[in-house]
Design a protein around this ligand. Structure first.
Ligand code: LLP
Length: 420
């Protein structure tokens, strides 16, 4: 796993990161294009790698994906427009973008109909609405196989407690709607959550084969969805992409044999492609004791990186001393790392449910920096303007050079929407 500060092979090394605040301000999101390319290369056996852009939807990251032959999954009109700006072109390459959702609002429906963007339908209502507006449209069916799995209940997207997809036994209803509107079925898709374990995976592959064989519909492709995990903690398992591919390929082969023609195999990762390629650099603004607790307060909050507050997610944190002093042998202090927001939950070291935890960190002083690692996925893309804080800049390292790929939002821009 790229642990940037200790890994000079990547652009996310201490020397590079330390230069950024002066040039781009602080806090700042930073990505390394080379790590993204390495992650893409690990999935090269799949016929289509489709980036779930919700993980990191910056237009420049999307452009990079396109240049590497990756397609894109969009979940909102905004994401569709981003993909178009990044050069994905559904008019000439109909499968460049797939729109995945459980509902279609009127505006999005009109746009997908106009551009002929295939729709991955998560409800029968969606099929009926789309069918009436755009007969003959290309559709995928997102099937909820009746079970799910996730790193948190909030990211478990299968089973009875999940709103996602078409319930597996409703597949005949979906097929009937497809027939009624002469929609064109491209394929079947399953995404049961974020964070893979192989036992679940075999279950999903089995469910996919079962669905296709039971209902006898013809199709061009199947999609394994996303969900590939990454090692956030030291010692976390790294996903074996060969094994992962092998399981899905076996499912694909059974389906192809049954249908009597080749079937394409898609994969739709978000996190796997970008999480390890990104860090958040924030500055230490205060160091204080609260009784026995040692707090380090930084200038980034949960409005910037929401994952710890939302899911109790773990992000490795390392210290980046502003004066370059060597902290490698410094004694470690059990530290609570928190942000500037007006809520006690604005803590980067916490469990799901809000229990505050500490992290062993060397002594830092105001002016030093902390680096929050593996924040390339669901970092910037989940940020908000809470506490009227502008969105942070994003910087991309490529070929050894740092390039600004999103400037910092200004406070005037925030207020402008209300000056009617
Ligand atoms: N495909 C579909 C239909 C999805 O709903 C998702 C994620 C993905 C693909 C990509 O999943 P990934 O490969 O990134 O695990 N905000 C949460 C993750 C929410 C994921 C929602 N759907 C987090 O920060 O962990």
């Amino acid at each position: 796993m790229p642990r940037p500060l200790h890994n000079t092979d990547t652009s996310l090394n201490a020397e590079n990161l330390l230069r950024l605040p002066a040039e781009f301000g602080c806090p700042v999101w930073v990505y390394d294009a080379q790590i993204i390319r390495q992650q893409i290369a690990q999935l090269s056996q799949f016929d289509v790698v489709r980036f779930a852009q919700k993980a990191c939807s910056n237009v420049h990251i999307l452009q990079l994906m396109r240049e590497e032959g990756v397609k894109v999954d969009s979940v909102s009109l905004g994401e569709i427009e981003r993909a178009l700006v990044a050069g994905f072109d559904p008019k000439t390459r109909p499968d460049d973008i797939v729109f995945t959702a459980d509902v279609l609002d009127n505006e999005t429906q009109a746009r997908v109909a106009e551009l002929g963007i295939p729709v991955n339908a998560g409800s029968v209502d969606m099929l009926e609405q789309l069918g009436a507006a755009s007969p003959g449209h290309r559709v995928w069916l997102r099937i909820n196989p009746g079970f799910g799995h996730g790193h948190s209940q909030k990211t478990n997207t299968g089973g009875e407690n999940s709103k996602h997809g078409i319930w597996h036994s409703d597949l005949p209803l979906a097929l009937a709607a497809i027939q009624r509107y002469q929609l064109k079925l491209v394929g079947i898709h399953m995404h049961i959550g974020s964070g893979v374990d192989y036992a679940h995976l075999e279950q999903v592959c089995g469910a996919m084969v079962e669905q296709v064989l039971a209902f006898g519909q013809d199709l061009e492709a199947i999609s394994a969805g996303g969900g590939l995990s990454i090692p956030y903690r030291e010692g976390d398992e790294t996903i074996d992409t060969q094994h992962y591919y092998g399981l899905w390929n076996a499912a694909r082969e059974k389906i192809a044999k049954h249908l009597g023609h080749p079937v394409k195999l898609e994969i739709e990762p978000g996190r796997f492609l970008v999480a390890e390629a990104g860090v958040l650099v924030a500055q230490v603004r205060s160091v204080k004791a609260m009784g026995r607790r040692h707090f380090v307060l930084i200038d980034a909050g949960f409005n910037d990186l929401m994952r710890p507050a939302m899911y109790g997610s773990y992000h490795h944190i390392s210290a980046l001393p502003a004066d370059g002093r060597d902290l490698s042998h410094a004694p470690l202090i059990d530290t609570v790392v928190a942000g500037p927001l007006c809520e006690s939950g604005d803590v980067f070291t916490q469990q799901e449910g809000g229990k505050v935890e500490t992290r062993p960190l060397p002594a830092v002083v105001p002016g030093d920096y902390l680096v929050l690692h593996d924040t390339g996925a669901y970092g910037a893309s989940m940020s908000s303007n809470y506490n009227s804080r502008p969105l942070l800049p994003e910087v991309l390292f490529d070929g050894g050079k740092a390039r600004l790929i999103r400037r910092r939002q200004t406070i005037q821009e925030l207020i402008a929407l209300e000056l009617l």
